[in-house]
Structure formats: C-alpha cells, structure tokens
Design a protein around this ligand. Structure first.
Ligand code: DLL
Length: 433
C-alpha cells in the first residue's frame, strides 16, 4: 500500500515544479522570520526573490549543526516558542544540545511522512505495532507514534528498555510490526533465547529499524534470527526525526520523501554536488516545515542517490543505506574506515557474534591505532590458545583484504560488550586530540 500515491509516485517534472514553488516560499519565509538566516543570506549575497527554481538552491548558504548550537536554544526557529506544539532535544556529546521544535502543522507533516514510511515497510491499517524506540526527548518514539496513529495502526507504545516485558508483550499480544534500533533487535533476540523463546516463531514479521548505521550483514542476521523482513528507516532530529527516508519491501534503497525534504549529495570538502550514483554527504532542505525550517542542512551522513522509478511504483529518489558519518570516519594510517564496513566483515565470519566495539587510540606522536573487540561463540573460547590466535589472525586478514587496513583484534566472551536499548556505541575514541 502506498500512503500518498499522488506525492510518492509523481512524475519527476511535476515534482520539480512543486519543489521549486516550495523552495521559493521557504526561502522567503526564513528570510522574513529568522534573523540568523537573514544574515546568512545577506552575507552570501542572495535575496530570496532571486530564487526562481529548485536549481537555484545552490546559491543558498549551508546550515550546519554548529548554527543550531551557537543559537541555542531557539535562535534558529522561525516562530516564537509560544507558537510551537512540541519541543525535542538531541543530546550531543559536547557543548549545547540540539533543540528542535514543531508547530501543529509540523506535527501533521511528521505523522504524514511516518505513515508513508510504515506503508513502505509493508504495514497496513489495523496492524499491531510495538514501538520500542525511546519515547521522550528523543524523536524516535513519538515520531513513530504519530505516524502509526495517522495510518491507523494499533499502537503499543512500549518505549525502549525493560526487555523481558517487551518479549512478553510480543508473545502475548502478537504485534506484526516492531520498530526499534537494529542493535536493540539483536539484544532482544539474545534475551529471548535465554528465556527459552524461539525468536524465529515470534509474531514480528516486519521490522522498522534505524537511528544508527547497520550493515547488510546485520540485516541478514536480524532477518534470520527473527524470521522477519528487516527494513531501514532514516531520519534526524534537525530535519524532523524518523521519517526522512524509508525502504520499501524491495529493499533497494530508502525512498526519500523529496516533496518535503529536498536532498542534495555533495562532496564534503568542496561543497559541490556530486554526480548521480556517487557517494557524498547528504544535505537536506526542509521545504514545508514552519517551526525550525532548515536550508541546505549538512547531515554529515554519507550516501548516494538514484532517481529511477522503483519496482514498487514510487518515483521518490532512493538513497543508499547510510555507510557512515563524515565525523564517524576513523582514519587508520591514512585509510578511511567506517564502523559499518568492519561490521560487515565481522558478521561474514562464522563464529563471531553481532556485538563488537572499535577502540581508536593514538600514542604520542604516533599514528592512530584501531583495535577491534568482537564477541565470539563460547565454543571458540573453549578452544586452545593456538586456535584462538589463529581465529584472531583470520579476522585481521579478512579486514585487511577487504579494507586494506591492518587492525588489532581482541576476541572477547559473549556478553562482554555493553548492550544497548537505543543507539549502540560502536566506537570508543581514546585519542586526546
Ligand atoms: O536517530 C531519528 C530516528 C529515530 C531515525 C528512529 C530513525 C529511527 P537523531 O538522534 O537526531 O535522530 O540522530 C540522527 O542518526 O544523522 C544518522 O547519523 C543516524 N541515523 C539515523 N537513522 C539512520 C539509519 C534519529 N537508518 C543521526 N542508518 C543521523 C544509519 C542513521 N544512520
């Protein structure tokens, strides 16, 4: 089922016309209503009325996360706080958190795009959905909630955590859809097995997983373990939360709802758009949001995009699975490494478990070192030291042959690495930079 056939299957020329109209409108709107944007536009020497079509977007200045932080809490908003309906906060590791706000209209938009997303994943009205993203200031829980409400799903607002209770709910109420982070889906499988449940017999048949990078190998692992279709959902608080893009059941890229979120893929160094199909940083302009519309927001997420029509009938462009973030990239002896690439290699090796962590360190005046901690089967642990070393070597060689980088490997026993009910912490950075 396609939630909004008119918008999701629109002829690309018509879509471009809508995008152009909306860009003109939003550029004018932020210029009139937000002093920070007015200053930015003036500094770039562009007036909103000079924007004639979506192709002129290149003339507009970028927005970066620091703009939000520097203007904490409400400086980038285009409405007075009293005219908002809801506020969310995404916690950063340093400095001020990022604050975003929604007007009533924005909340409707959020419900709309999330309803599109659930339909993409294969949900139909009256399906039961267990929402195990955190509710609260994080956008995952409530965003999913509004979409589920909009499309008429039966909502179980479980929020994240209390894993035994999650499993009891699944077992007793038999929801067909599970929405949570992929790492939490794996954690729940582990707990289920310990409780004597058989994950493959579970009622969950569709997973709507996102909020963190996860590899194709992890998808396979989840699909095999739970006997379900695992789909990828992407989004970020600054743009709306979850609901920016979502895979359909063909799993050939995530449909990005470009009538409302206009995507560009740029070379992060030059800021120029890259050719269709090439990887680069995703930049998004919110075309209709009112509370905190963002112009050319640099997500730091790395994707490629394609514009061909999908087998499902949707014409909305598709982005590739997010391969990493520009700021998540670890440079080991000059080679760029993303955690998801390591994940892919690890999960392809028989005997490893889907729980790992990357430790980055740098001794004084030396190069960065990467140590990969990975849990392995108890069976491997009962092997002799010699066999353990051989297994470590096998992992090192495999990583070297795929990524061309030499790493250290440390095998650890099951349950050594902290489990996550939300976003998993894959990288521990010990460098003092
Ligand atoms: O994570 C919103 C969300 C909630 C998306 C639930 C999907 C599901 P933030 O906390 O602001 O918002 O984090 C946004 O998370 O820029 C990406 O780096 C990463 N991210 C989100 N979805 C994916 C995904 C929510 N499917 C940041 N694959 C983004 C990889 C993802 N990374």
């Amino acid at each position: 089922m396609i939630w909004n056939e008119k918008m999701e299957c629109m002829d690309l020329e018509d879509l471009k016309n809508i995008q152009s109209e909306r860009l003109k409108d939003i550029a004018e709107y932020v210029y009139q209503n937000n002093p920070v944007y007015k200053k930015k536009f003036d500094a770039a020497g562009i007036k909103p009325w000079e924007i004639k079509s979506i192709d002129d977007i290149k003339k507009l200045p970028f927005t970066v996360k620091e703009d939000l932080r520097d203007n904490y809490p409400f400086g980038l908003f285009s409405v007075q706080p009293k005219n908002l309906a809801e506020i969310h906060v995404s916690s950063g590791t340093t400095g001020n958190p990022t604050v975003v706000g929604y007007t009533k209209e924005d909340l409707k938009l959020w419900g709309e795009v999330m309803a599109r997303a659930f339909c993409c994943a294969g949900a139909v009205p009256h399906d039961l959905i267990q929402i195990a993203y955190g509710y609260g200031l994080f956008t995952g829980g409530l965003g999913a909630h509004y979409g589920a409400m909009e499309m008429g799903l039966v909502i179980i607002p479980a929020s994240s955590g209390q894993t035994k209770r999650q499993l009891k709910i699944m077992n007793d109420f038999k929801p067909r859809i599970l929405a949570c982070t992929p790492s939490y889906a794996m954690y729940m499988a582990e707990e289920a097995k310990e409780l004597g449940l058989k994950p493959r017999d579970s009622s969950w048949k569709i997973g709507v997983f996102g909020a963190e990078p996860w590899s194709e190998a992890m998808r396979k692992e989840i699909e095999n373990t739970w006997n379900m279709l695992a789909t990828d959902i992407y989004g970020l608080s600054e743009i709306i939360g979850p609901g920016v893009a979502q895979e359909c059941t063909h799993k050939t890229g995530l449909h990005l709802f470009s009538d409302v979120f206009y995507p560009e893929i740029i070379d992060p160094k030059t800021g120029h758009q890259v050719k269709e199909g090439n990887k680069g940083e995703l930049v998004i302009t919110t075309l209709t949001k009112r509370g905190i519309p963002l112009i050319r927001y640099r997500t730091r997420d790395i994707v490629s995009i394609k514009y061909e029509k999908c087998k499902c009938g949707r014409t909305s462009p598709r982005i590739s699975k997010i391969s990493g973030r520009t700021d998540d990239m670890i440079i080991v002896r000059g080679i760029n490494v993303f955690p998801s690439q390591i994940e892919h290699v690890l999960l392809g090796i028989e005997g490893t478990l889907p729980h790992y962590q990357l430790i980055v360190d740098r001794r004084a005046n030396e190069l960065d070192e990467l140590e990969v901690w990975v849990e392995v089967d108890q069976k491997i642990f009962s092997d002799e030291i010699k066999q353990l070393r051989a297994f470590e070597d096998k992992i090192k060689k495999e990583i070297d042959s795929v990524l061309g980088v030499y790493v250290k490997v440390k095998l650890v026993e099951p349950k050594t690495i902290a489990r996550s009910e939300g976003k998993a912490k894959r990288v521990v950075d010990k460098r003092v930079l």
